[in-house]
Structures are given as C-alpha cells and as structure tokens.
Design a protein around this ligand. Structure first.
Ligand code: KIV
Length: 272
C-alpha cells in the first residue's frame, strides 16, 4: 500500500492556496481513464489534469485540436470515478470557449455537471479574460494556461520555447497577473524560460504549475504516459522518464503471446 493511500482528505482550491503559502510543492499529472486515475490518485498526486493531450496520447492525433467536448467529458467522468483525493482539472477543448463568453460558460457547465470534476482549464491570455470571468462568476474554478498553448500550435508555428524575448516575457507576466486578479485557482506555465516562470510565480498569489518552466514555481505537471516512459519517440529536454512502463508492457505481452502459442497458458490450475 502506498504511504499516501491513507490520506483521503480531498484537495481543494483552499488547500492549493495553502500549499503555495507554505512553499509545499504541488505534484500534478495527467490521466484520462479510471484505471490510471486510481493508481495516480492513490500514489499521492495533488492534482490530476484530464488534459486535451488525450487527443495525442489516447487517440494518436498529432495536435490537440480534434478532441471534442463530449470526448473530454467521457475521459473526465472516467477519471473522476477513480479519484478520492486529488483535485481534478479538465481541459476545455479547442472550440468550446473561443466563440463567445456564453458558449464558454455553457461548455464549462457541461464539464462540471456531466463529469463531476473540480475545475476547468483554459489556454490563453487576453483573448480569454472575458470567458474566464464569466466561468468564475458562475462559481466554477478555472486554471489558466500561458506560454506554449498547444491549441494555438498553427499560429505559434510549432511547439517551441515561448516568451524568449523581453516584450513577449513582459506580456506573459502581465497576462499572468490579470488571470490571478480574475481569480484563477492555479496557472499552468508551459515551455518558457525558467527565470521568467520564477518571476511569474513570485508575482501572483495563485499557485503556478510548470511544465518545461524550471524548478522555481509552485508545482510541476507532466503527461502521465510520457513520464512513465511509454513513448520513446517524444523526448523534449524538460521530460524526465520516471519509469520504463513501455518496456514492462512489451515484456508482459510478449510473454503472454509465447505462453499462448506454446499452449503453456492456461495451465491446469487456471482452468475450471
Ligand atoms: O493537455 C495537457 O496535457 C496539458 C499539459 C501539458 C499542461 O495541457
């Protein structure tokens, strides 16, 4: 049993604030299904992100653009059923919040009602202030997301490091402060220089969770399948593989195939 299994007190927005105030680092990972969410939750993660990266790791798309609101709700409700303690955040998919403040609110309400999650996450800065304000005013916690915002990959021209120049960095800092003052319950910073991420984390009261944003932020997030070592083809500098689960799966499947082919499985004790 994991040492975290006994701790079932649910992580809330208040607890996240307290963790930042007490300089306690926040550990966040993605999950997209019940089985993985149960394991991740029982292993002590504080926040689970049902990321639209499901489009990549679960469905094999090259961008996050194709995933739909219905598909996100399906993943999110599966995850929520497996979680007791972690704070569950669901990505608002591309197209579900850009059209109008009303569409954004309607999409966020559907996510909260139909999945049972704790918060939604929205990519972007000034373009989404209005949408974020409407959702927060409806009582729904919102996590912001600045820096590399993968839903804008075609506009950004790729998945490279963001906010490298001074003007871009100042703009990101201003946007982070505004998201903080709007009341975002956390902020994800993706693939930006570590010194800028540190400046942001010191300038806002909301917890800042980094991915490719260095160590001087309030927490870290990684895509579960990436950190478990399930895909050797994706190796950005920021990614540390904490396991070799891909190899373990291949070995188990190969052993199963061999046992079936040789009629070694099932044996007498495995038959009725
Ligand atoms: O969709 C996702 O997994 C994300 C993380 C990379 C932050 O947004």
């Amino acid at each position: 049993m994991s040492k975290h299994q006994a701790i079932t007190k649910k992580v809330t927005t208040l607890r996240l604030k307290e963790m930042k105030a007490q300089s306690e680092r926040i550990a966040m990972l993605t999950a997209y299904d019940y089985t993985m969410a149960r394991l991740v939750d029982a292993s002590g993660v504080d926040m689970i992100l049902v990321g639209d990266s499901a489009a990549n790791v679960m469905a094999g798309h090259s961008t996050t653009l194709p995933i739909t609101l219905d598909q996100m709700i399906y993943h999110a409700s599966s995850v929520v059923r497996g979680v007791q303690r972690a704070f569950v955040v669901v990505d608002m998919p591309f197209g579900s919040y850009q059209i109008s403040r009303e569409t954004a609110l309607a999409s966020a309400i559907r996510i909260m009602k139909e999945s049972g999650a704790d918060a939604v996450k929205i990519e972007g800065g000034s373009a989404v202030y209005d949408a974020i304000q409407g959702i927060i005013e409806a009582g729904i916690p919102v996590v912001g997301h600045l820096g590399l915002t993968p839903q804008s990959v075609h506009q950004l021209g790729g998945f490279g490091l963001q906010a490298k120049g001074e003007a871009e960095a100042e703009r990101l800092l201003d946007e982070a402060k505004r998201l903080d003052s709007l009341g975002c319950c956390a902020l994800v910073l993706e693939k930006i220089p570590a010194r800028l991420a540190e400046r942001v984390a010191r300038s806002v009261s909301t917890p800042v969770i980094g991915i490719g944003a260095g160590a001087e932020v309030d927490g870290q997030v990684l895509v579960l399948q990436d950190m478990l070592g399930m895909d050797d083809s994706f190796s950005p500098k920021f990614l540390r593989r904490f396991g070799r689960v891909g190899e373990a799966i291949s070995q188990a499947v190969e052993a199963y195939v061999e046992a079936v082919k040789t009629s070694e499985f099932p044996n007498a004790s495995e038959a009725y």
